[in-house]
Design a protein around this ligand. Sequence first.
Ligand code: ZN
Length: 233
Amino acid sequence: MRIAIISDIHSNLEALNRALKEIEQEKVDEIVCLGDIVGYGANPNECVDIVKKLTPHVLLGNHDEAAIDLTKTESFNPFARIAAEWTGDTLTQENKGYIAGLPFTLERNDLYFVHASPVKPEDWNYILTPSDAAENFHAMPSDVCFIGHSHVPEVFGEDLWTRNIVKGEKFIVNVGSIGQPRDGNPKLSFGIFDTELWSYRNLRLDYDVELAAFKIRKAGLPKNLADRLFVGK
Ligand code: ZN
């Protein structure tokens, strides 16, 4: 079975559509979305509508949570908070209800999925370094856990030198972000895992950044949320 794992769409319709076109060509068996469908970008309802129909395997992200409960924006920077308020005002009641029903974790096909971290998923802690990852391996019910949240694609193994997933060892795989990459590369990022070969591939693709950024400015959202898409920061 081949599974496409997407995360951190952040209301970027252009990036989502480009990723889904590629996923269709890859002919995967299923799709998992690790959350943060909304926040930052200009098309929250459009993105939620697509994800809803795309797959039943969808997790809650911190920006999804903030858009339906603004008390959860305390740790957000001012730009993220403005975007969360705008998203909360823009989302339909139906889509807010859908978000409210999303879970924190998913266990499926001997794999584990969470938006932020296996230890206390609801705390939204970041896994940025091998030592962050090391503190999380014990909380995984499966050998491989897929995460998003930092928007930086990475594979963390128990053995620090192993970047290729091997059977029988634990790995935390960050699939990167569809709608707001932050590793200095503006190309959208997601992953495909093959459960028979036990192998993982990170895909990076160009999309219409120009249009996504234009829509952010036009919506009156903070200008830097548009600018950062061009540099992937
Ligand atoms: Zn995010």
